[in-house]
Ligand binder design. Structure first.
Ligand code: 13P
Length: 257
């Protein structure tokens, strides 16, 4: 796994331009008090990307988008190509979030094509995987997540300059305030890690991949997750909306690593 831990804010459809800029500025200031050497990424809505970039460009905070097209140009109304995200300073993109899989019918094949297209443009994908409550009740979580990861990686190889992040987000833990047990998350991360080992050379797994946890991650529970071998950061929703709380999450991660 990539050595440094990541803390990624997924603001979803919560902040417009004004609040995104304010939140980003707060995080930049907050980070000055924390000698955190891991990665910090903020993912605003597309309309706020340019404005947020002007806030974070001289800081350790990186810019992420929440989605990307698998196409590069042409008649695809409403879509945004990776090179267009690059143009405004985007380095990371969330791909296949469960909310997009659910509400916009994103399939594993689309996730794979988006992941490939992002990588080709040098954008680091943060690929989201995770089982539903029903799937867990049926004991299918490993199978579901394995299939999602394998399909996302289909035909993908990583050059030395490219990285890929996975975020294990059990759907039933998202937005509930009730995170999954750290040991169980670690088990699911180990399942994902094994697929990475099967798919990529050892060196690539070590240096160019990492696995984040998402689903009610906050400043209180993150240290417990980080004690686990295969958990190396967080994709944070609710606890990233208030910038001060997100800074607390980064602080907690810093203190725990
Ligand atoms: P919450 O942190 O609100 O559970 O959201 C997690 C998530 O979906 C991040 O992508």
């Amino acid at each position: 796994m990539l050595q440094k831990p990541f803390v990624v804010a997924n603001w979803k459809m919560n902040h417009g331009v004004k609040h995104s800029v304010e939140a980003a500025a707060d995080i930049v200031v907050g980070l000055k008090q924390i000698p955190f050497t891991g990665g910090v990424v903020v993912c605003p809505v597309d309309t706020a990307l340019m404005a947020v970039q002007t806030i974070v460009e001289e800081s350790p905070v990186a810019l992420g988008a929440q989605d990307v097209s698998w196409e590069d140009t042409g008649s695809f109304t409403g879509e945004i190509a990776p090179w267009m995200l690059r143009e405004v300073g985007v380095d990371y993109v969330i791909v296949g979030h469960s909310e997009r899989r659910k509400y916009l019918n994103e399939t594993d094949e689309m996730v794979n094509k988006k992941t490939k297209n992002a990588l080709e443009e040098g954008i680091t994908p943060i690929v989201c995987v995770g089982e539903s409550f029903e799937q867990r009740q049926e004991g299918e979580q490993e199978h579901v997540v394995m299939r999602q990861v394998q399909k996302a990686l289909d035909g993908i190889s990583l050059g030395p300059a490219h990285s890929i992040l996975f975020a294990y987000e059990p759907i039933w833990a998202i937005g509930t305030g009730q995170a999954i047990d750290a040991e169980e998350a670690n088990h699911m991360h180990s399942v994902i890690n094994q697929i990475l080992i099967d798919h990529f050379p050892d060196q690539v797994v070590k240096e160019n991949t990492t696995i984040l946890y998402g689903g009610s991650a906050d400043e209180k529970n993150t240290p417990g997750f980080l004690e686990k071998q295969h958990i190396n950061g967080f994709l944070v929703g609710t606890a990233s909306i208030k910038s001060q709380q997100f800074v607390e999450v980064i602080k907690a991660v810093h203190n725990a690593t």
